[in-house]
Ligand binder design. Structure first.
Ligand SMILES: Nc1ncnc2c1ncn2[C@@H]1O[C@H](COP(=O)(O)OP(=O)(O)OP(=O)(O)O)[C@@H](O)[C@H]1O
Ligand SMILES: [Mg+2]
Length: 467
């Protein structure tokens, strides 16, 4: 053949070229004879494909998240992307879609059609685009027709191909989590009550109860214990799983009317951002109805049964044995359900019973393991009074010349926080006058009290009982 040394003159170069061409032709004719035509073509197509992809292979991958539909369900990533992208703005974002929905406090801001924003996640650049296009008329599914939606809406997420794994396994879960946290933050809580019109169905309204732990007049230690208990409960998912317990917590709130039991339920709901299901047992006739109703409550919710002692005359366990059918609503039915099925198929459930008369309750309800905490809400103490005076009259701290007298009177009277709040509401912007009138009110109460019952002593149940 030829060597480098031979490639010195044009004539030697030409002879080398001729020799290579001859060799190729020789091998080609040999291949043509050895390999059948089909095999040859196949090999050629593979080589061609390889080079084609090398040249045309796109560096970016685009994931498309459409809305989903009513049949298969909404696409969670689509929904999460909408919420998450609200937190991002690009320098080139020009158009945003803004909505205000009736009774919702916050504006809903979404990207407009064709707008793109860029996110940076662990050094990866991610480009999000929102697209809204007309659906082709012949391409509409039956669910589209039902919803009369003629638009196809989706988000496109583009990034460098090499990050596919990280995007799918880390970034998308990150967005789902983030969107949930944002929605929780903005969520308008719902108060569910049993429907007047449809049997066994919940109907909801927005829960706009303003009570919070800050506005609740109660012993500060007791308040902190409750908050700490709630915090411990929500962060211990894994613990509950490990020890094989249903992730639920039960509270029994008891005390005279107007001492803040219902307000405490609202404060707990506002604190945890949990919806409230207010179950009026009087509207439920049978165990299996109760079962259906309880099964249709959602996770991360508080189920409240107010005035458990008098809302329904529940036959106790012994009586139930003697009732023939056993199909009517029974205390054991309620308790079994709370202990078993309902709590084991749900997560983060809180059950609260309230009562004015703890002593009237069936011992089965008070048994250890049923209600985790017994919380007494009592008459207004001086500490509670100070908080109400600060909230209602804007009197701050311990400084007021009438406070000494008021403290003494509060110790001798049974006044509920509701009564104190009611008194304070009567006077606007005049704290001194309001407190003076309040002293008169307490003195009147003191006389009333001593007339009513000489021997009555003030209950001090300022503790929380953990069972
Ligand atoms: N501890 C409290 N702190 C602040 N406000 C209170 C407190 N207790 C009662 N109030 C005021 O009184 C109103 C009635 O209280 P709430 O309904 O919470 O009492 P309750 O204990 O649930 O009474 P009932 O036993 O009659 O259901 C509340 O809306 C609130 O304004
Ligand atoms: Mg109440």
């Amino acid at each position: 053949m030829f060597s480098i040394n031979e490639m010195q003159s044009p004539s030697s170069l030409f002879s080398a070229f001729a020799s290579i061409t001859a060799s190729i032709m020789f091998f080609q004719s040999m291949l043509n004879q050895i390999l059948p035509e089909k095999v040859r073509n196949y090999l050629i197509s593979i080589v061609q494909k390889f080079f084609y992809f090398k040249v045309h292979e796109p560096a970016h991958l685009t994931l498309v998240f459409d809305e989903g539909d009513d049949f298969i369900g909404r696409n969670q990533v689509y929904e999460a992307a909408g919420v998450y992208l609200e937190t991002l703005r690009g320098p080139r974002t020009e158009r945003l879609n803004v909505r205000k929905i009736h009774k919702e406090k916050e504006l809903i801001i979404r990207l407009e059609n064709g707008e793109t924003v860029t996110d940076l996640y662990h050094g990866i650049k991610l480009h999000w685009t929102f697209v809204c296009s007309e659906k082709p008329a012949n391409n509409k599914s039956s669910s589209d027709k039902a919803s009369r939606s003629s638009e196809k809406r989706y988000y496109e997420l583009s990034f460098h191909k090499k990050h596919e794994d990280k995007v799918c396994n880390s970034y998308i879960p990150f967005i789902l989590g983030k969107a949930e946290a944002i929605s929780d933050e903005k969520r308008v809580l719902k108060l569910y009550t049993l429907s007047e019109y449809y049997d066994d169905q919940w109907q909801s309204i927005n829960l706009e109860h303003p009570a919070t732990f800050e506005t609740l007049a109660m012993d500060p230690k007791k308040r902190n214990d409750i908050i700490e208990d709630l915090n411990r409960f929500v962060r211990r998912k894994e613990f509950y799983k490990k020890v094989g317990r249903a992730w639920k917590r039960g509270y029994l709130l008891y005390g005279p009317p107007g001492t803040g039991k219902s307000s405490l339920v609202a404060a707990m709901a506002n604190y945890l951002k949990f919806d409230v299901y207010d179950l009026q047992l009087a509207k439920v006739d049978r165990d299996n109805e109760l079962r259906r109703i309880l099964l249709s409550t959602s996770n991360r919710s508080i189920l409240v049964i107010e005035d458990i002692d008098c809302s329904i005359n529940l036959p106790d366990r012994e009586e139930k044995k003697t009732t023939a059918a056993g199909s009517s609503l029974t205390l054991s039915g309620l308790l079994n359900f709370i202990d078993g099925l309902w709590s084991s198929c749900g997560d983060e459930r809180i059950i609260i019973f309230t009562t004015n008369h703890k002593e009237k309750l069936d011992p089965a309800l008070l048994r250890p393991g049923r209600m985790d905490m017994h919380i007494y809400m009592g008459y207004c103490t001086f500490e509670a009074f100070k908080l109400l005076a600060s909230n209602y009259l804007e009197v701050s701290g311990d400084e007021h010349h009438l406070y000494g007298e008021i403290q003494g009177l509060l110790e001798q009277t049974e006044v509920t926080p509701a009564q104190v709040a009611e008194e304070f509401l009567k006077y606007e912007n005049n704290a001194d006058f309001a407190l003076k009138e309040f002293v008169k009110f307490l003195k009147g109460k003191k006389i009333e009290g001593s007339d009513e019952c000489e021997s009555k002593t003030k209950t001090d149940e300022n503790t929380i009982v953990m069972v």
